[in-house]
Design a protein around this ligand. Structure first.
Ligand code: BTN
Length: 258
């Protein structure tokens, strides 16, 4: 049962204390939004999704029961402009949790990559009240026990199984991610990224690389210099330095996915 490994491994104070497990839903992000009156930190986990969504309106393959599909409902009382950095915090939490299973890196802002292929995707969606977020839903997908992927993503996607040959407990992984996320989230609410950014940068595969950036529907080549304190990517382009915001820009390596 999905919830057993979760409860045995969860060590948090409030994130995931209320957790809703379903066999199937359209999208755990959509489910969390429908249940937005649930307490801060409520987690939604599905065995499969019939309409899994990725960033930029993409589909997130979710029809088997071999991956983790999880969303966290958060009610932070912070200013709206701080919210874009949260997506990096979630990425760091997933990357730290993966240390238990395999070596992974972060592709800015929050794809988790293994052997240069995508292992996990994160999509944070915010509903705004006046100037403050009303709630944020952070959706996390991790490819765990998949043996293969559809042709369209087979060259760029990986699972823990394809890279290690082992099978893992999906519910345990969910709990381990939340165990990493809670202290990082508390730190982010207090001090933003300032005490977190060094570890993020150490794990970031995008830095010091030539990248191809899609920004304002235009594709440009750039060199990734640094991550800013609010989670932007500082790049050098032929027009000078620019800061890319995690919500607006998409970045790929010039010689492959990372
Ligand atoms: C990406 O494009 O990289 C983000 C993918 C996010 C997928 C997760 S799976 C759980 C949650 N529910 C969704 O429909 N999407 C997110």
């Amino acid at each position: 049962m999905l919830s057993r490994g979760f409860k045995e491994n969860l060590k948090t104070n409030f994130i995931g204390k209320k957790a809703i497990f379903v066999d199937e839903t359209d999208s755990t992000n959509a489910l969390a939004k429908r249940e937005k009156s649930s307490p801060d930190g409520t987690v939604f986990v599905a065995k499969k999704q019939t309409n899994g969504r990725g960033r930029r309106g993409r589909v997130w393959e979710s029809e088997d029961e071999k991956s983790l599909y999880m969303s966290i409902l958060l009610k932070p009382s912070i200013d709206a402009e701080k919210i874009s950095a949260l997506t990096l915090v979630v990425g760091l939490a997933v990357c730290r949790a993966m240390d238990l299973y395999a070596k992974t890196e972060i592709k800015w802002p929050n794809d988790i990559v293994i052997n240069k292929k995508k292992l996990s995707g994160i999509m944070c969606e915010t509903a705004f009240a006046v100037e403050k977020p009303e709630y944020v839903v952070c959706g996390i997908g991790v490819n765990v026990n998949n043996s293969d992927f559809p042709d369209a993503i087979s060259k760029t996607a990986a699972s823990l199984k394809t890279e290690t040959g082992k099978i893992f407990d999906i519910a345990e992984i969910a709990a381990k991610i939340l165990n990493e996320f809670e202290p990082l989230y508390k730190e982010y609410l207090k001090n933003g990224l300032s005490n977190i950014i060094e570890d993020y940068k150490k794990r970031c595969a995008t830095l010091s690389k030539e990248v191809s950036v899609v920004f304002d529907n235009e594709k440009i080549n750039a060199y990734a210099l640094d991550i800013t304190e609010d989670g932007g990517l500082l790049v050098k382009t032929s027009d000078g330095e620019k800061i890319l915001n995690s919500g607006e820009a998409s970045v790929r390596g010039i010689y492959g996915y990372v």
